[in-house]
Design a protein around this ligand. Structure first.
Ligand code: NAD
Length: 261
């Protein structure tokens, strides 16, 4: 149960990348940040998402700013940072909630992963955290918190998760190296490893519904993960409550990850 507390992100400025629609984990995180008093900036990937993300942003708060950012495009990352700088400068928290792999790579055996499919998945789902952290960290002059979203498929074999598991393994290693580089500047970098949630990306994984069923049957809490639970962990990491935590992967998965057979 959520107990009413003073707003944990009052006066904080947060940049959230990865809202595609209201089911996105990034949207749940943006909602929780808004509830905790943060000022928000959201990004969208391509014109097709622009209107939806603007509408969702304004529902969260009238002052939400919305910018384009396709993470495969260095110029868009640079112009995002320039716009953020012009619109008030400082950023205290960044949420990177972005991943992509082609449908073929998420349905065939991992052995059949193509070179281009592998590189694309790793570029969008892993390298982009490095690119975003490098670009945005100069705006975090007072320190801050960078959070990314991972999945247990990065450390265990999950059927059909395939190259995305490799991308998550690389993403979690990025978290450690970035935490080491940025720690002296007071910037913390962590991942939340979430249990499976039905989102647009998740639907790309073959037999995703079966994955949800087996998770709930096996997890100690005997249920699946709620986006709001992931979001509250992000509030912890983005606020002073998480001030001593960096380079970590926090599981928000109803306990699934502790189970053996
Ligand atoms: P989602 O489809 O709502 O979000 C994925 C986002 O990635 C979208 O907003 C999409 O626009 C963005 N994206 C893809 N390519 C991009 C690019 N080139 N440039 C900029 N943005 C791009 O799905 P989601 O489940 O909310 O995924 C968010 C994160 O959570 C991902 O990293 C995902 O792997 C992770 N995650 C999801 C689950 C789950 O079961 N849904 C579990 C654990 C971790």
């Amino acid at each position: 149960m959520y107990v009413s507390m003073p707003q944990l992100m009052q006066g904080r400025k947060a940049l959230v990348l990865g809202v595609a629609n209201k089911w996105s984990l990034a949207y749940a995180i943006a909602q929780a940040f808004a509830r905790e008093g943060a000022e928000l900036a959201l990004t969208y990937q391509g014109e097709r998402q622009k209107q939806t993300v603007e509408e969702l942003g304004h529902e969260l708060s009238a002052g939400t700013r919305v910018y384009p950012c396709d993470v495969t495009n260095d110029a868009e990352i640079e112009s995002l940072v320039a716009s953020l700088g012009n619109d008030g400068g400082r950023i205290d928290a960044v949420v990177h909630s972005i991943a992509f792999a082609g449908r073929d790579e998420l349905s065939r055996p991992f052995l059949e992963t193509s070179r281009s499919g592998y590189l694309l998945a790793l570029e969008i789902s892993s390298y982009s955290l490095v690119a975003v952290a490098r670009a945005v960290s100069p705006l975090m002059a007072a320190g801050g918190s960078i959070i990314t979203l991972s999945y247990i498929g990065g450390v265990r074999v999950v059927p059909n998760y395939n190259v995305m598991g490799v991308a998550k393994a690389a993403l979690e290693a990025n978290v450690r190296y970035l935490a080491s580089d940025l720690g002296p500047a007071g910037i913390r970098v962590n991942a939340i490893s979430a249990g499976p949630v039905k989102t647009a990306s998740a639907r790309g994984v073959k037999d995703f519904s079966k994955m949800l069923e087996s998770f709930a049957a096996k997890a100690p809490l005997r249920r699946n993960t709620e986006p709001a639970e992931v979001a509250d962990a992000a509030v912890f990491l983005a606020s002073d409550l998480g001030r001593g935590v960096t380079g970590n992967v926090i599981y928000v998965d109803a306990g699934f990850q502790i189970m053996g057979l």
